[in-house]
Design a protein around this ligand. Structure first.
Ligand code: ACM
Ligand code: ZN
Length: 709
């Protein structure tokens, strides 16, 4: 079965990214029979574009020509993808060259550490698809990952964080390891562009060297995601001395022409009050104007200083699109992430730009399927098709003759929610194949179904390399749920994010490629355990979903009880820690006030008190029907049935524990446990402390209607 599928997929040319021109001949060159020649030539006078190549496979053998070594490397990658099972290569004439010079992928070892082996593995696989820049985000609030010999506390302090539960997490790359990665990448024609974040996202450095901030105060470990209100102080010369010292060591390790200085999401609250920052504003005659406020222009001043430092070492500055605020440095290259507008503005002004807009699918930390059944992410929704459909050159830049300033495109793989190493690959693939294609290939004649056929072939290469990737799961339109109930019968439809077959069983066994195909919505009149998976064209199954479907009589309504909320202060990991906690009744009108009345800075959890709260009471439903419940709180009980338990989830967000109950019209009891603790870096004061409900078949969630006297 598997072999048959493989042959089907292999029967055509499956190269990613799609070459500029392919002519397929009649016949095959057989690698297993000697005789033909393999000839790879670099000829700078060939007239072939940089990184481009020609590749000819005929009865005479294989001949590749390029004007540089990179082009020849890419000819080899194409050839590798043409070789069919059994060693045959179809006769082809290929001419190929990239659309963009910067074909990037970004890795974030700061939020979750990434081993050198994983870094290399990503470089290896990405380079096979002609991606040629690795943007290495080496410093951030939650960890400093690059050894800087002049500042040993960056290794001793900044590389480690103490999590809420007391565990110490972290790591850093020694300069020797970094050299090893840079060399490994160079062998694969990948340039490693390091990012040293300034003036925001620098808490890890400030923890080690508090004099880097405006106040010089001691700073605690930062173990949640977000944007803290402490930044480097641009009022102090010592800040720039530190940054120059760091850059001095960085340029010794990275031959890249570009150095990324971050520049994004810098909170400037403290600059407003800092005498040194204000002095700098005065000395530099920085005044608010239509380009920005005084502190925005102070950030611009700091970025200009960085540009000067980099220029001293012969390097060019690249930064996130916030570096436009307050005026862009003259030679800066902009990485447009908050949509395309920063990139458009910079390109129109004659700056080079890299397009990485999150809104257009370049953020691979977004969901690629239904959030109810996929592993947690930071949010947003980016399918393979969305990535494939993105064109990095906006129409107005083409119209204005500025298209050449878009020098590339990049996917960003922020790791906040990538708790396990496999998740990085799962989020990258197959979307990185679409990135590779839009970065290299012409946008003319896009054909998503042809691309999917080639993705199927590429996924088999991932299988051979043992690399995990996303296969669309069977989803229920309008929201997936693994705990369904019905009163008389229910009908359950399924779909997938791209056209794939699904297979299922009802006898408790795991589906196989030979199980029954899903044809139409499934009707249930008895209790059932449905196991369903997606079956790819090459015979591989997605993870199996197990869906419990239960017939139940509606639970009877009862007399309503007024809501009671009890609260205990303390650092609780779970309800098992409550011990002799002191519970006090508190007055709140609405469930959500458990959170909304809490004074806090979302980004600095240690500035607030941790606590737990139990709420109980009654809520009303207006019909006898099946209802679905959802909540990000720790536990939800309905009519004394424990319906939702998020306690074992890595993060209390995007609850995947939705469940249904049949209820009679009238009042029903609830109990809800909310714990303010930090799990997986997420601060649940950003959640709604509430219970969502919707009637089966409805699309809209509402909060439960709580009884009050
Ligand atoms: C970013 O995502 N803050 C560049
Ligand atoms: Zn300051």
């Amino acid at each position: 079965m598997k072999l048959m599928f493989s042959l089907l997929v292999a029967a055509a040319i499956n190269v990613i990214p799609k070459p500029a021109s392919v002519q397929v001949g009649d016949g095959f060159f057989d690698l297993t029979k000697s005789g033909g020649r393999m000839e790879f030539t670099v000829n700078p006078a060939s007239g072939i574009a940089p990184e481009g190549y020609t590749l000819s496979v005929s009865d005479k053998g294989v001949k590749a020509v390029a004007s540089d070594e990179a082009g020849l490397f890419y000819a080899r990658q194409t050839l590798g993808q043409l070789i069919q099972p059994g060693g045959k290569i179809p006769f082809v004439e290929i001419q190929d060259a990239p659309r963009f010079a910067w074909r990037g992928f970004h890795v974030d070892p700061c939020r979750h550490f990434m081993s050198i082996e994983d870094v290399k593995k990503q470089i290896d696989i990405m380079s096979r698809y002609k991606v040629n820049v690795m943007h290495w985000h080496l410093t951030d609030d939650q960890g400093w990952r690059i050894e800087i010999k002049k500042y040993p506390r960056l290794q001793e302090i900044s590389a480690w964080r103490t999590e809420f539960d007391g565990t110490v997490y972290g790591g850093y790359y020694t300069q020797e390891e970094i050299k090893e990665v840079v060399a490994y990448a160079a062998e694969r024609f990948v340039t490693v562009v390091p990012e040293i974040e300034m003036p925001g996202h620098a808490i890890s450095a400030i923890r080690a060297y508090p004099w880097l901030s405006c106040t010089g105060e001691e700073v605690k470990t930062f173990y949640t995601w977000g944007t803290p209100n402490i930044s480097l102080c641009p009022g102090k010369e010592s800040t720039f001395e530190f940054l120059e010292d760091v850059i001095k060591e960085v340029v010794e390790l990275f031959p890249s022409q570009y150095i990324h200085i971050g520049g994004d999401e810098c909170r400037k609250d403290r600059w407003e009050k800092c005498p040194l920052c204000q002095q700098r504003i005065e000395n530099e005659t920085i005044v608010a104007d239509d380009r920005g406020t005084a502190v925005e222009k102070l950030q611009s001043y700091a970025v200009h200083r960085m540009e000067g430092i980099l220029a001293k070492y012969g390097r060019k500055l690249i930064g996130w699109d916030e570096i436009l605020e307050g005026g862009l440095s003259p030679q800066a290259t902009v990485m447009s992430w908050r949509g395309e507008s920063g990139g458009k503005k910079a390109a129109a002004a004659g700056h080079d730009v890299i397009m990485t807009p999150s809104s257009e699918g370049m953020y691979f930390d977004a969901f690629q399927g239904d959030s109810k059944i996929e592993p947690s992410t930071i949010g947003n929704y980016t399918t393979l098709e969305k990535v494939y459909n993105y064109d990095p050159v906006p129409a107005e830049l083409k119209a204005a003759g500025k298209a050449h300033h878009v020098i590339g495109v990049q996917c960003n793989n922020w790791s906040e929610y990538m708790y396990e190493p496999w998740q990085r690959y799962y989020m990258l693939f197959p979307r990185a194949f679409a990135l590779a294609e839009i970065a290299w290939s012409s946008p003319d004649g896009k054909d998503f179904s042809d691309f999917c056929r080639r993705v199927d072939a590429a996924c088999q290469t991932l299988d051979e390399m043992g690399i995990p990737y996303h296969i669309p799961l069977p989803e229920q339109p309008g929201g997936s749920c693994n705990n369904l109930v019905f009163i008389d019968k229910c009908v359950v439809p399924f779909c997938t994010t791209r056209l794939e077959e699904m297979v299922w069983t009802l006898d408790g066994s795991d589906p196989t490629p030979r199980s029954r195909r899903y044809m139409w919505p499934m009707e249930f009149t008895e209790d059932a355990t449905l196991k369903i998976a997606t079956l790819t064209a090459y015979g591989k199954l997605s993870p199996i979903r197990t869906i419990n479907i239960r017939k139940m009589a509606p639970l009877p309504a009862s007399e309503p009880e007024p809501m009671k909320v009890r609260r205990a202060d303390g650092r609780f990991l779970s309800s098992a820690d409550f011990g002799d906690a002191e519970w006090k009744e508190i007055q709140v009108e609405r469930l959500r006030d458990i959170v909304s009345l809490e004074p806090y800075d979302r980004n600095l959890p240690d500035s607030t008190r941790f606590f737990a709260a139990w709420a109980e009471g009654s809520f009303k439903v207006s019909d006898t029907a099946v209802y679905r419940f959802s909540s990000d709180c720790d536990e939800v009980w309905i009519d004394d049935i424990k319906l939702i338990d998020n306690s074992s989830a890595p993060v209390k967000r995007y609850s995947s524990q939705d469940a249904e109950l049949a209820l009679e019209k009238g009042w029903h009891s609830f109990r809800m446990l909310y714990i303010f603790n930090i799990k997986g870096g997420w601060n649940p004061l950003r959640n709604k402390s509430d219970i969502s409900i919707r009637k089966a078949g409805d699309s809209e969630w509402k909060n439960i209607k709580v009884y009050h006297l």
